[in-house]
Design a protein around this ligand. Structure first.
Ligand code: GTP
Ligand code: MG
Length: 139
């Protein structure tokens, strides 16, 4: 089942900009089924753990501050080829390089405040889903 699932967050910038509904609509219209969904907020410590892989990067502090400054929507999504197809749907990390019709092209403010997260592998999709959701919260 894990190979057909990915994990996403609608990041604080997109929540602030009131895009939760529009982004969830783009996700479901692209054929993803929502199998876990949560509106929550990360502490700085939790955001630091989630993005630990980037801890040596110069933007890490900024990233942790950003991801913990307001609520986020976390979701587990199911679809054939979920991880790769979802990365296509969200577009490039920097919205200036994102293709037309992608979520980041439409909603991201900048390379740092880029509206959505998408897992980059099946393994990380499982780890990230487990970070946010118990077995009772996924369907
Ligand atoms: P995620 O789906 O959020 O993991 O983004 P990504 O996989 O497209 O990019 P990556 O994992 O390389 O970076 C994680 C996040 O760090 C990005 O989504 C941005 O929010 C942030 N980030 C990446 N590069 C920069 C940068 O050069 N400056 C700043 N301020 N933030 C960055
Ligand atoms: Mg990433």
């Amino acid at each position: 089942m894990a190979t057909n699932r990915t994990f996403t967050m609608i990041k604080p910038d997109a929540v602030e900009d009131n895009h939760i509904g529009s982004i969830l609509a783009m996700i479901t219209e692209a054929g993803f089924k929502v199998v876990g969904l949560k509106f929550t907020k990360l502490s700085t410590e939790q955001a630091g753990t989630f993005y630990e892989v980037h801890s040596a990067r110069p933007f890490y502090g900024e990233l942790v501050e950003f991801m913990s400054r307001g609520p986020i929507v976390a979701a587990i999504l199911e679809k054939e080829n979920a991880v790769e197809d979802f990365r296509k749907l969200i577009g490039a990390t920097n919205p200036a390089n994102a293709e037309e019709g992608t979520i980041r092209k439409r909603f991201a403010r900048s390379i740092g405040e880029n509206a959505v997260h998408g897992s980059d592998s099946d393994e990380n999709a499982a780890i990230e889903g487990n970070f946010f959701f118990s077995m009772l919260e996924r369907f």
